[in-house]
Design a protein around this ligand. Structure first.
Ligand code: ZN
Length: 213
């Protein structure tokens, strides 16, 4: 086999899902393809997340002597602290009408979250170009936050292109001038985008402008 193919296949293997026994769990972060009786699935493991999604069903009914797989979403970190959403909201308000960005990262060893501003290369009221921030040992990206200045929250075509290869939650705060900004959240898993229909209420509470009495 070509050494490049050997390396690729080792980094992203295909697994025949057992019909009688249990599927061996992934021991370290990575991706694999699960060939099951009910379709082909992508399994992604990160220190904070395990996600299984069906990429496709089979076009014809034919006997495939493998087991079945169910889609799964397992969050291995605790809830993202709403304080960090509040911290980001303050940043977004201060930068408005320009866009800004930050990462909420998680450390598996300490279970601690923190907000890390991205290194902005260029930003305006309609776009943001940034370098990924440098993280400490053991830290991984969980929520990629950016703001939309005075525009509403949502995911643009540029956001789709930016999020294509990542495994993360993407979070957008829009209408940054408003006391209650608009918020949008989605799970990004290597090109699979799933909108979270209900952004947690405590995130709205945290992003609300604090009016000093
Ligand atoms: Zn955007």
């Amino acid at each position: 086999m070509h050494p490049a193919d050997a390396a690729l296949q080792q980094s992203f293997p295909s697994v025949m899902v057992p019909r009688f026994g249990a599927l061996a769990t992934m021991e370290r972060p990575g991706e694999r393809l699960l060939i099951a009786a009910n379709g082909v699935f992508l399994e992604i493991v990160r220190p904070w997340l395990r996600v299984v999604r069906r990429l496709g069903a089979f076009q014809y009914r034919t006997a495939i002597p493998y087991g079945e797989v169910a889609e799964a979403t397992e969050l291995r970190c605790s809830r993202v602290p709403a304080d960090l959403i509040g911290e980001f909201a303050a940043m977004a308000r201060a930068t408005h009408p320009k866009e800004t960005g930050a990462w909420i990262v998680w450390n598996a060893a300490t279970a601690a979250f923190r907000l890390v501003p991205v290194q902005i290369l260029e930003h305006s009221g309609g776009h943001l170009k940034y370098d990924r921030p440098s993280l400490r040992t053991g830290e991984v990206l969980v929520v990629d936050c950016h703001s939309h200045g005075c525009h509403p929250a949502g995911f643009s075509r540029t956001d789709n292109a930016d999020d294509q290869h990542d495994v993360k939650f993407a979070f957008v705060m829009g209408n940054c001038q408003a006391a209650v900004p608009s918020l949008a959240l989605r799970l990004c898993a290597k090109g699979i985008f799933e909108n979270v229909e209900k952004v947690p209420a405590e995130w709205y509470e945290a992003a609300r402008e604090e009016v000093l009495a």
